[in-house]
Write a protein that binds this ligand. Structure first.
Ligand SMILES: [Zn+2]
Ligand SMILES: [Zn+2]
Ligand SMILES: [Zn+2]
Ligand SMILES: [Zn+2]
Ligand SMILES: [Zn+2]
Ligand SMILES: [Zn+2]
Length: 411
């Protein structure tokens, strides 16, 4: 004898792990069941055992524990038994904003301002406002930072003025050059990356003009590397003075003393900023006068010009640039220059004889002595433009004869 045993009830299991309003007692569960029962009647356990119901408070899953024994069709008379409920894990840090709406959600964040006010409520990721991951600062919606213009802030500015303490909106966001992901506010951006002053130039003015006025104040006009000019007064290996277009154009018009004063004061200002720049040597000053003014001056005269600038600056903070070591270097340079001149004139006399002997009488007569430096073994002579070609054609032979480099001084 076999007896068909039909289950008196259909056992189900409820999964509430994603459901936001988990009931907190038997009455609550009864309410919930009443809410979902009409839908459960329409499910077909033999088609599949797990059904997901999308409810206003989130998804809820019904699982038929014994689908094979369930009736093919469920209806209003089918008795059910809830055999188990899977609830979300116990949440220690519940989002306070969600809790106010009777929703239980994990709140891993705390608003920095609420914390300062000793009211640190946990926030879920929907209720936390994370303006900028760079600064890892989270606020609640109430404390969401505002931009100066009133818009909601979208990033914290880490620029020289804001230092990460102020937030700005997208409209006031200026990306850093070459790094679209990082941005400053307009003021910090302009301070850190000032625009080139040349008309129509969109580049960053990374050079600040070091030309000074009579009071020793820098021009400070910003120009990009293309528009600004590096005046290599410290030799080829050290960063020369930055000069804007306008002041570069006026450089050749400056008098001897003013040209030297420009370099002295700019060097003094650099030293004031802690960079260990030294004044150019006397021969370097001499070259500057030739290059900029096409004005050859001998070393004792250059020394006199530099000393005049020194007397002028006495009593000002810039006077410190004429330190003891510069005084020593200047005296040594004058002495060397005197010896070099004596030696140079002898070399020059021999060179003339050599040219005459080689039948270059005209060239020998047109050439005059300019400068000799024993340190570089270099003899400069002056040659009129008409004789330039002749000179250049013979320069190697002359250098070979004297065992030194013979060059035309381009003044
Ligand atoms: Zn929340
Ligand atoms: Zn807050
Ligand atoms: Zn800023
Ligand atoms: Zn704004
Ligand atoms: Zn430019
Ligand atoms: Zn300038």
């Amino acid at each position: 004898m076999t007896e068909v045993r039909r289950p008196a009830v259909v056992p189900v299991q409820l999964d509430l792990r994603e459901f936001r309003t988990v009931p907190d007692g038997p009455d609550g569960y009864l309410e919930l069941w009443k809410l979902i029962e009409p839908t459960v009647h329409t499910l077909q356990p033999q088609v599949k055992d797990t059904w997901r119901l999308d409810l206003p408070d989130g998804p809820l899953t019904v699982r038929f524990v014994d689908p094979a024994s369930a009736p093919a069709r469920l209806d209003r008379t089918t008795p059910f038994a809830v055999r188990g409920v899977v609830e979300p894990p116990v949440i220690r840090y519940k989002c306070a904003s969600c809790a106010a709406a009777k929703i239980t959600r994990y709140g891993p964040f705390v608003c920095s301002q609420c914390r300062e006010a000793k009211l640190p409520d946990p926030l879920c990721d929907d209720h936390a406002v994370i303006v900028d991951l760079n600064f890892g600062r989270v606020t609640c919606r109430r404390h969401r930072p505002r931009c100066e213009c009133g818009e909601a802030g979208s990033f914290w500015c880490g620029g020289p003025r804001c230092k990460g303490a102020r937030a700005w909106c997208d409209r006031h966001r200026k990306a850093l050059p070459g790094n679209a992901d990082r941005a400053y506010c307009p003021q910090c951006h302009d301070r850190r990356f000032p625009a080139c002053a040349a008309t129509g130039c969109a580049s960053t003015g990374s050079m600040s003009c070091e030309h000074t006025d009579a009071a020793g104040r820098s021009c400070a006009r910003r120009q990009c590397l293309r528009h600004g000019f590096r005046w290599q007064v410290y030799g080829p290996r050290r960063t020369g003075l930055a000069v804007c277009q306008e002041h570069r154009a006026g450089l050749a018009e400056l008098g001897r003393a003013e040209l030297i004063r420009q370099v002295v004061v700019a060097t003094a200002l650099r030293r004031g900023h802690g960079s260990g720049f030294r004044l150019p040597t006397l021969p370097a000053f001499r070259h500057m006068l030739i290059n900029v003014r096409r004005d050859p001056v001998d070393i004792p005269a250059v020394a006199e010009l530099v000393d005049a600038v020194r007397r002028d600056l006495a009593g000002t903070p810039h006077a410190a640039v004429f330190d003891e070591s510069y005084g020593r270097a200047m005296r040594a340079a004058i002495e060397t220059a005197a010896q070099d001149r004596e030696a140079g004139l002898k070399h020059f006399a021999r060179l003339r004889q050599y040219l005459r002997g080689a039948g270059r009488t005209k060239l020998a007569e047109q050439m005059t002595y300019a400068f000799f430096t024993s340190r570089s073994n270099l003899l400069f002579v002056r040659v009129p433009d008409d004789f330039e070609k002749q000179f250049e054609a013979y320069a190697r032979k002359m250098s070979g004869f004297l065992s030194m480099t013979v060059k035309r001084e381009n003044a």
